[in-house]
Write a protein that binds this ligand. Sequence first.
Ligand code: SAH
Length: 354
Amino acid sequence: MTKADLTPEPLLPERLARAITLGGPIPVAQFMAAANAHYYATRDPFGAAGDFVTAPEISQIFGELIGLWLADLWDRAGRPAVHYVELGPGRGTLAKDALRAMAKAGLSPSVHFVETSPALRAAQEAAVPYAQWHDDVTSLPEDRPLLIVANEFFDALPVYQLVCRGQSWHERLVACQDTMFLPIAGKAVPEEIVPDALRDAAPGSIIESSPASVAIIRAVAKRLAAQGGAALVVDYGYDGPALGDTLQAVKRHGFANPFEAPGEHDLTAHVDFATLAGMAEVSGAVVHGPVAQGDFLALLGIAERTAALARAHPERGAELAEAHRRLTHPTEMGSLFRAMALTGQGWPVPAAMG
Ligand code: SAH
């Protein structure tokens, strides 16, 4: 036995603290990436007993309506052989519900999951045993059109932050004192990298950007341009670039300090839909929306589907009504969350995109 076998791997906060002590403060994006990789690799965070609840975990209707949305598009595209792809499928619940609805409409694609967490891959395998897994989008098959879904995926990808110090903008970095992590302003950045309209902001203002999100949306758009198909991105976000610090940590259904206890909270940032749309367009895809999640689900018939399920299962009436409200009400997920679609050139216009 070697010494390495006997020495336990240091915990993430200790590893990050050591890296910062030796190499200096690190970009917010590097801190967020390390924290989330650890967080998702070591637990199943979903549900009442976990840290947060996502739309597919609220109701089976969410995944079913997305399955019907995909099946309708596929039908109008002439029913080609396709692959179903999901980015960050969580527990695999959305995929399972969507695939069941698609099968009823005559669509039974092969299934490809892009997922980095071993713990969540195991949960996904229990939900969809015949899926194939990928570490990133580059290894997705190239032979058929792709039907891609990404629900609450892009918000988990790392963001860089710039902070305004009056006359100059600086990269926001994470420093460490003892075992306390804290954000600081690093070196000034050239002002040309700050959009003109945002340069004269108040001191303390923050601008975010997510190169990881841009890289993935561009890769997805290029695939749709080359192979055909469609992608549905559902997330909470804004139309940037804009001022605002949206980095947040969620623990046990409440908010926590994002710089505390890295790897123990889910770190997210709001998704810049305008930037993703622009990047998808220059990469050859057609962009539809985004539209509010409440409108998207209403147009797909969530009220009718809820009523039908409640008739079939009267004992679940109250639970179904509550799920409908949470998914669509403007004070819940209805307005903050938005759905945006990308299609390959020549593909039909997707339903419910305004
Ligand atoms: N779509 C699911 C889960 C959302 S949570 C739902 O709606 O319930 C984010 C998901 O993305 C998790 O499955 C997480 O493990 C995965 N993930 C986060 N960063 C990733 C990355 N860089 N590459 C692949 N998957 C990632």
